[in-house]
Design a protein around this ligand. Structure first.
Ligand SMILES: Nc1ncnc2c1ncn2[C@@H]1O[C@H](COP(=O)(O)OP(=O)(O)OP(=O)(O)O)[C@@H](O)[C@H]1O
Ligand SMILES: O=C(O)[C@H](O)COP(=O)(O)O
Length: 395
């Protein structure tokens, strides 16, 4: 299979699928540029060859083309990271996008508007993918974070290109995660938190065969607690996943996997830094209150499991770490992983917000490997082949 080094991009236009799904605050400021920095080597190689670059990405999960998901907000940050004045076009397909792409000179970079402003992207629509394919001569997929999605820009578009390859980031992630898969030392502990309950709960089921301990925290935990009959107030939960949660608990027990759920929670009476807070048992959250961080007993119990693990996989913050009042659980968990790593464990953390949290709290250097993928990393660790990888490698 051809790698990016087999291509010379001189006078060629590369259409690169990147994952610039980065945290952006309400003022449009990029909270963490890790995913942009991670794509830089690929973009630099193409520009150095004398080519031009069209970048396409999604941001968030827009439903009605909300402006808070516009990629225009990140043009300044992308320009700063690349050291190039990046151009922007307010659509990713059609005449305006084609014109902007055709006008690119060698050394120039164009960022397209959010792919998910067109529902055809997530539907994997062939006509839409064909329209995207008109924007470049060579297709490069460097979006590891989105490689588990069979979308138009990550998968379908590849069939319209003779010349296609992975970027450096995607290649590095595949190699590193394959190494972990082959040589994971036991006990293996996976920590799953965050907020994407419906898209990651099935991952939990599939990862059971690979781990000895599974810590379920953050917003992910409440569906399990409620399914077991607990009161979770207005915490994040997925009503229709409660049965699956019970099945997962039963399956784990059968397989001898120890599941660790939170014991207590820092609760708040609104989703706000200024909310009134309290600490309650995880299954006794009053109506109108929500669990937004791990409580002290939970932190202690999770830290004890981490201390005895030899391989630690982490995706999903265990509290709303963006607000100081609810960041303690994620900080302490990160510190416990850092300590275990110092003591010889291998630690792997991945995900847009997870990596942003680790960086925010200065814990990045304490992890053995930091992946740009959250869901993608988990699916790869499950042993699944990812559609974005298959579309290029044919495997
Ligand atoms: N108890 C909770 N209630 C609500 N939200 C929570 C809770 N705990 C954590 N979160 C939120 O989860 C979000 C991150 O979840 P997510 O699953 O997107 O992780 P990620 O690392 O970005 O992975 P991916 O890259 O797959 O998106 C954070 O914004 C955090 O505030
Ligand atoms: O952050 C991620 O996990 C990727 O960018 C994919 O986003 P998605 O879960 O909205 O498809």
């Amino acid at each position: 299979m051809k790698t990016i080094d087999d291509f010379n991009f001189k006078n060629k236009r590369a259409l690169i699928r990147v994952d610039f799904n980065v945290p952006v605050d309400k003022d449009g400021k990029v909270g963490d540029a890790n995913r942009i920095e991670a794509a830089k080597p690929t973009i630099e190689k193409i520009l150095k060859d004398g080519g031009s670059v069209v970048l396409m990405s999604h941001l968030g999960r827009p439903e009605n083309n909300e402006s808070k998901y516009s990629l225009e907000q990140i043009v300044g940050k992308v320009s700063e990271v690349l050291g190039v004045d990046v151009k922007f076009v307010n659509n990713c397909v059609g005449e305006v996008a084609e014109k902007a792409a055709n006008n690119l000179k060698p050394g120039e970079v164009l960022l397209l508007e959010n792919l998910r402003y067109h529902k055809e992207e997530t539907e994997g629509d062939s006509d839409f993918a064909k329209q995207l394919s008109k924007l470049g001569d060579i297709y490069v997929n460097d979006a590891f974070g989105t490689a588990h999605r069979a979308h138009a820009s990550t998968t379908v578009v590849a069939k319209y290109f003779e010349d296609k390859c992975f970027g450096y980031l995607l290649q590095k992630e595949i190699e590193s995660l394959n190494k972990v898969l082959k040589s994971a030392e036991k006990p293996v502990t996976a920590i799953l938190g965050g907020a994407k309950v419906s898209s990651k709960i099935t991952v939990i089921e599939n990862i059971l065969g690979k781990v000895d301990h599974l810590i379920i925290g953050g917003g992910m935990a409440f569906t399990f607690i409620k399914a077991r009959g607990g009161n979770v107030g207005s915490s994040l939960i997925e009503e229709d996943k409660q049965e699956l949660a019970l099945e997962i608990l039963a399956k784990a027990e059968k397989m001898g996997v120890e599941i660790h759920l939170p014991i207590d929670s820092v609760i708040a009476d609104s989703f706000s830094e200024l909310a009134n807070t309290n600490i309650t048992p995880i299954d006794n959250i009053p109506d109108g209150w929500m669990g937004l961080d791990a409580g002290p007993k939970t932190i202690e119990s999770f830290s004890n499991v981490i201390a005895k693990s030899k391989t630690i996989l982490w995706n999903g913050p265990i509290g709303v770490f963006e607000m100081d009042a609810f960041s303690k659980g994620t900080i302490e968990l990160g510190k416990a992983i850092g300590q275990a790593t110092k003591n010889g464990a291998f630690s792997l953390v991945g995900g847009g917000d997870s990596v942003s949290a680790v960086k925010k709290f200065g814990l990045e250097d304490q992890m053995s490997y930091v992946s740009t993928g959250g869901g993608a990393m988990l699916e790869m660790l499950e042993g699944k082949s990812l559609p974005g990888i298959e579309a290029i490698s044919g495997e």
